[in-house]
Design a protein around this ligand. Sequence first.
Ligand code: NAI
Ligand code: 15L
Length: 264
Amino acid sequence: MHRILMTGAAGGLGKLMRAPLREMAPVLRLADLADAGPAQEGEEVVTCDLADAAAVDAMVEGVDFIVHFGGMSVENTFEVILQSNIRGTYNLFEAARRQGKPRILFASSNHAIGFYEREARLDANAPLRPDSLYGVSKCFGEALASYYWDKFGVESVCVRIGSCFPEPRDRRMLATWLSPADLARMIRCIATAERVGHTVLFGASANREQWWDNSHAAYLGWTPQDSSEPYRAAIEAAHPPKPCDDPAVRYQGGGFAAAGHFED
Ligand code: NAI
Ligand code: 15L
């Protein structure tokens, strides 16, 4: 693997994964609409709007593996979601199909299944239950990934990331937290696996409360090593419990499931 492309390089996960990805290949191409900062040794920085098909084609040229973080990462207007996440993800897969079919890690989200209750235990066969238009856009990305594998042989892993931040931020994240180090190890497993076909993977660390079962993807060799447990006492002290029937507690998607329609 010579060149890795990471979209969304100026965002939260882009910043966290920049150093680990630099160690995985000689060249790391960093792309975003926003400023990703100056290129370091072994890096290429590209400004690209994912909604611009020609720009996405140029961005994908010559890459061997893609980590697709770019896009609107929370709920927004349909127009914003449409351009960044729906058109943008289509442009990315289409560019990959026409240019050597690099393997793609698609950053999906727990919000693709956010309307399951917290007591549910899901595997990748559970029907989708998005909790927002943002979640719907991730369902679109997952369907696109399935289609591009079945019809064109473009390999992908759709990672339904829980909550990936340096530390868990609230009670819900004690269950959904994915440590940046576990994410970096996961990316390495996905990049180096002999074959991934089209796989859906849940992204959470080895937290005490587990909602998601990844046993179908054991072949990847990814075993989370971190846990939210060391943060529990501080989080529970800082965030008083809410009633269990509060939609933000009841559903896996938390506040995304509880919120009204963004444009109302
Ligand atoms: P972020 O919002 O910090 O970063 C997203 C980046 O995408 C931004 O730098 C933004 O400028 C860029 N972007 C947005 N629209 C674009 C466009 N049209 N063209 C080019 N670039 C565009 O989000 P974060 O937290 O880094 O998440 C990265 C990815 O992972 C997102 O796709 C998000 O949906 C997904 N994800 C993240 C989770 C988390 O816990 N951080 C959880 C679940 C999914
Ligand atoms: C996501 O999909 C978002 O991108 C991230 O900002 C968090 O809100 C995360 O889900 C979460 O559910 O905690």
